[in-house]
Design a protein around this ligand. Sequence first.
Ligand SMILES: *Cc1c(COP(=O)(O)O)cnc(C)c1O
Ligand SMILES: [Zn+2]
Length: 419
Amino acid sequence: MSLELTAPIPEEPSVADDGTWLECIECGEQFAPFDDVRYTCDDCDGLLEVRYASPPTWDDFEGRGVWRYNAALPFEEGVSLPEGATPLHTVPRLESDVGVETLRIKHEGMNPTGSFKDRGMTVGVRVAKELGVGRLACASTGNTSAALAAYGARGGMETLVLLPAGKVAAGKIAQAALHDARILEVDGNFDSCLDIVQDLAARGEVYLLNSLNPFRLEGQKTIGLEILEEFFDDYGTYPDRIVLPVGNAGNTSALYKAFRELVQSGALDAEDVPKLTGVQAEGAAPMVEAIENGWDETRRWDDVETRATAIRIGNPVNAPKALPGIRETGGTAVAVSDEEITEAQRDLAAEGVGVEPASAASVAGLRKLRENGTVSEDEQVVCLTTGHLLKDPDAAFEAGDDPEPVPNDTDAVLEHLAE
Ligand SMILES: *Cc1c(COP(=O)(O)O)cnc(C)c1O
Ligand SMILES: [Zn+2]
């Protein structure tokens, strides 16, 4: 099976362009990467993956940010703002409170538009230029639309975003609006938006930049590469586990692909690959359900609800790539409540790290897995926080303390403080 951790370097097919091609993860059919617009397999509709004849080694990387890793990407450079090179925070109080040997926070909210989606878009919009397509589009719980709008603007291209009406955090719509995307609010949830935009793409109306697009995941691989490099610099080892929030499971798939390619090239031993550990909200947890039941695919949840709007997804499109990633690395998946998410958001804030609710799910999940003994006290763990606090100001207000009104007078202010 081609998604095994120890799958050998693939043989370069005749359809390859400069050592790069697309391959169906279900039937193995291979396609030229940039001749036609294609999101899934022509033969079986399976998910496609970008494949390389020469997977990267550590020595290939130079520079900073996503394009440092261009040896692992289909192009030398992209439409850039620039992105990546995000902080890997230490959080000493939280680390001892959760009770693991090492806890680091990879804060993807520090990307140009405030989420990891920028890493995918810098590559995705570059591919759109290569293909010569017109209008770019995505369905989004918010952050993908913000990233698409900004990178589309940067690339001088028209953008269209479909959002679930009333379910997108304020900061994200504001970004899409100001970067001049055409915004359609659909009377339905994220999964319905994705159904519609896939139909539009199939009819040739738009170029789809959801994580179904295999090129976006190439950019997102660089999260895994950055974590491994920086962690190794600091500790001389790789983390035992990476814990991340899961929506469409694009990131889970992308990190797994990054590790698989390093194993292929010999840059990383299979035993050193971190355990990929996914966290979902209890009200939107089809991946957790599939892992717990040992299923090869997820069951679509029609009714999903959680305060963590970025992971309010009932039909994770990348599940066929992500489920093997969790299993092959010895990881797991866990669901957390909205209360646990808000608690973790406060815990991170108390260390100075401001994140949106979905991001805090990773820390909430780690805490739960430590408490039930799945994670042991001697583990070295990296939690991914996917989006910035300012993305969802309403959630931040709700989780934080209320401002206190005082009179316009110093003595009265002192009196108030003494109360
Ligand atoms: C998109 C997003 C997610 C979900 O990521 P997937 O790759 O779809 O699993 C999680 N958190 C935030 C903040 C996001 O924007
Ligand atoms: Zn196929």
